[in-house]
Write a protein of this length. Structure first.
Length: 421
């Protein structure tokens, strides 16, 4: 990651530098083009004025007027050089102050040419205008400006330095950022490895308020939840072990007594009933564990079909009646007649059975448990109410935590496994 950040920032700096230099070159080129266009416009206006003066004056008078006109134009236009010459068959004769500008022009120069000539060691950008007259001669106007008035270095050098310094700063900051992020991510990775290796006390260091800090906080939260989950799992296994041990101890004790001949024949029916109840309890516990395992493995399936819900609920209540009668708890069925509903009857029986088991565990003798079933608009309401001690309001959010109710509230009788909720 550090390398990607560093080289990514470097690439951005280089691209910025190239784009900046390219834009500066385009700006400089545009500036030069505009300056040359302005020179052409001024030269055209000047040569037109001079040509009109030539029609009404002699060549000597033209020289005097031309020098005056060029002095004014030179000041107004800010030109470095201005020369006027008369072109004939034998060449061009300068009629104003000779600075060497016209003499430096190439022989094939034409009207509107823009050339660069050297005068006294300096490069001069020169605009040439050539206008024929009615006297079989042509006026040649040369306007020159020092080429260093439009130097690319004036724009490119400062911009290049600025972009270069900016690029170096970007690369430097990217290196520092990559180094800092890399260290923090390495620390987080080491903590994750330690946690995966069994160190449940390993926690990530949280510094700052950026995205990595948020990841570290989320990691610590996950580690806390993992530790809590493992603690609940340990408590769960201890509780299951106790629930398995109790019926197994009873079965083992009675079996040894029968094997040793210490059980009278008159007591055999009672002992057999005890063994059957404990075996049923073990069977329910194993079935609950298997259902729980399928739920956690996301292998829980539904097989819905059209079911007479009223008859199904009444049948479920009757299947529990003997257990409620034995516990001296009144079981009441308040099920309204209803149409058939598309449900999974086995899963509904499982849910109702879990609720009935839970009610039987906590309802004292002489208490009452009511199974309710009725239509509510398009829904079917199934409820189990009892006259037991109830649940404290602060425990309601944890009602479905594994074995939370079974461990916190002392049951009246050991019905069910406590895993139903």
């Amino acid at each position: 990651m550090r390398k990607r950040i560093f080289w990514g920032a470097t690439a951005v700096a280089l691209v910025t530098l190239v784009v900046g230099v390219t834009l500066a070159s385009l700006v400089n080129r545009s500036f030069n083009q505009q300056a040359r266009t302005e020179l052409l416009r001024q030269s055209q206006a000047t040569i037109t004025l001079l040509a009109s003066q030539l029609e009404d004056t002699t060549r000597t008078e033209l020289g005097v007027q031309a020098r005056q006109t060029l002095e004014v134009a030179k000041v107004i236009g800010g030109h470095d050089f201005m020369e006027l010459g008369v072109g004939a068959g034998d060449g061009i004769r300068v009629i104003t102050a000779d600075t060497g500008l016209i003499r430096s022009l190439p022989d094939d120069v034409v009207d509107g040419s823009v050339v660069t000539v050297e005068i006294d060691g300096a490069m001069v950008t020169t605009i040439v205008r050539r206008v024929p007259t009615q006297r079989d001669v042509s006026l040649v106007l040369a306007i020159g400006r020092n080429a260093d008035r439009f130097p690319a270095s004036v724009v490119l050098q400062p911009l290049g330095v600025a972009l270069g310094v900016g690029g170096l700063l970007v690369v430097l900051l990217a290196g520092l950022l990559a180094r800092s992020l890399g260290r923090r991510l390495e620390s987080l990775s080491e903590t994750a490895v330690a946690l995966a290796g069994g160190d449940r006390q390993a926690r990530a260091t949280v510094t700052g308020r950026d995205e990595i800090s948020a990841v570290a906080e989320s990691f610590n939260s996950m580690a806390d939840q993992l530790a809590g989950s493992e603690e609940r799992e340990r408590q769960f296994l201890m509780s299951i072990g106790h629930d398995l041990r109790t019926p197994l101890t009873t079965i083992k004790g009675y079996s040894e007594a029968i094997e040793a001949g210490r059980v009278n024949e008159d007591d055999l029916p009672r002992v057999a009933e005890v063994l059957r109840r404990q075996a049923d309890r073990l069977g329910r516990l194993v079935e609950d564990l298997m259902v729980l395992a399928r739920l956690e493995a996301h292998e829980f399936t539904l097989r819905p079909e059209d079911v007479d819900v009223s008859a199904h609920l009444v049948g479920l209540a009757e299947s529990f009646r003997s257990r409620f009668d034995a516990a001296h708890v009144h079981l009441v069925s308040e099920v309204d007649p209803m149409d058939t509903v598309h449900i999974d009857p086995d899963r509904v029986a499982q849910i109702v059975g879990n609720l009935m088991d839970n009610a039987l565990r906590f309802t004292p003798e002489g208490g009452r448990v009511t199974l309710i079933g009725r239509r509510e608009a398009a829904d079917v309401l199934i409820a189990v109410s009892d006259t037991g001690p109830g649940i404290d309001p602060e425990d309601v959010p944890r009602l479905f935590d594994r074995l939370y109710v079974a461990q916190k509230y002392r049951p009246v009788r050991p019905e069910g496994s406590g895993l139903g909720l």
